[in-house]
Design a binder for this molecule. Structure first.
Ligand code: NAG
Ligand code: NAG
Length: 355
């Protein structure tokens, strides 16, 4: 694996595998602004309003608690993503700050490096180094474990991780995410991060070729033989049960912890103050939900075309002033953003676990 600066995107410090290496790298990297912060989850808790915990959601405006498992590109009329034909939805748990006095405040998101003036949201990657099969309409999947309270034990192949930025302008963003347990952790950073915290979620790269979804939203996809693939290391062989290589989907969310970095506001015992919206104070349970929604064969074209970064020959893009406008109203009306005595949904049972 070669590591070079991400020159194609104008970045100076972020390292990604070399473009056009063996097999030819395709790597879409683009921003999707925030659509909504809401306590619904059409994948894990379809129809439930409210669902147990708050999510931050980006992508097409067909997102709702009971959205159909169909071609969502026909249901949506706009998207918060740079690629204007990408009506997919991408979501994760939200992050809250627990102040010394016990009150909670949601940690907002900020645009990632080189993403421009997106209103928060997620940076999405689709990566391949060989011919891959783009997802089919109705395809959905999940990565992570919302109940996890300890390391998944994957070492340099972590599928969810946090990077602490110790200063402004993405200081310390010198390596690809989730590959070095010395730089990235599966649990929340233990020290203040005055430059923000980047949370990464990586999805499996093999598909059974038949099912658009499965009861746990995981079993129809699989890591390659030998275990989960690191970010952009997608040359693994798929197992016979899941023979179809799909693009590697990867989310990056930059939590804006700048105003939460003052240790005087942290718990007196010195413990770190962040908590996921599902009540997890460790951070291990961060997870990602994916609903595919690219129009027609646009994603297949992008992967076949060896596209790189936020533009691709023949694909329509939009600037953030337009993308930022495609917001949704939350379906649950509750205070999610003020100073709160408890987390939204706290006390509600999540698969038997009450937090
Ligand atoms: C949710 O989306 C479905 C289509 O996927 C639509 O039929 C339904 O009316 C929507 N519900 C709400 C509350 O907007
Ligand atoms: C708790 O602390 C925060 C931050 O210092 C403050 O803004 C908030 O009003 C406090 N909440 C209560 C209930 O005192």
């Amino acid at each position: 694996m070669f590591w070079v600066s991400l020159l194609a995107l104008g970045a100076t410090v972020q390292a990604v595998p070399q473009r056009g290496g063996a097999g030819g790298l395709s790597m879409l990297r683009f921003g999707c602004a925030q659509s909504v912060i809401d306590r619904i989850d059409p994948l894990v808790d379809p129809g439930k309003i409210p669902s147990p915990h708050v999510h931050q959601v980006v992508g097409g405006n067909a997102f709702n608690a009971s959205m159909a498992s169909t071609d969502v590109s026909n249901l949506a009329s706009c998207t918060t993503c740079t690629f204007a034909e990408d009506f997919s939805n991408y979501w994760t748990a939200a992050v809250y700050f627990r102040a010394r006095n016990g009150s909670y405040k949601r940690v907002p998101q900020m645009p990632n490096q080189q993403i421009g003036n997106a209103d928060g949201g997620v940076t999405v990657y689709y990566t391949a180094t060989e011919k891959v099969t783009a997802f089919k309409p109705g395809f959905r999947m999940f990565s992570g474990d919302a109940m996890r309270q300890k390391s998944a034990g994957l070492g340099r192949n972590m599928q969810s991780c946090y990077r602490c930025f110790p200063g402004p302008n993405f200081q310390a963003n010198t390596q690809s995410p989730c590959m070095d347990p010395k730089i990235d952790s599966e649990d929340f950073p233990k020290t203040p991060c005055p430059g923000g915290i980047r949370s990464s979620v990586i999805f499996p790269i093999c598909w059974d070729g038949k099912n658009l979804d499965s009861p746990n939203h995981i079993d129809h996809v699989s890591p390659p033989v030998g275990g989960p693939a690191s970010f952009a290391v997608v040359n693994g062989k798929c197992p016979a049960s899941h023979p179809v290589k799909i693009p590697q989907v990867h989310y990056e969310i930059v939590w804006d912890t700048r105003m939460f970095a003052n240790k005087a506001d942290w718990p007196e015992d010195g413990s770190q103050p962040l908590v996921l919206s599902n009540g997890d104070t460790t951070g291990y349970s961060q997870h990602g939900d994916y609903v595919f929604g690219w129009k027609g064969d646009s994603l297949q074209k992008a992967m076949d075309g060896k596209c790189f970064g936020p533009s691709c020959n023949g694909l329509k893009t939009q600037a953030f002033p337009a993308a930022n406008k495609c917001t949704l109203k939350s379906q649950v009306s509750e205070n999610m953003d003020g100073w709160l005595d408890k987390l939204p949904g706290q006390g509600m049972s999540m698969s038997g676990m009450v937090f």
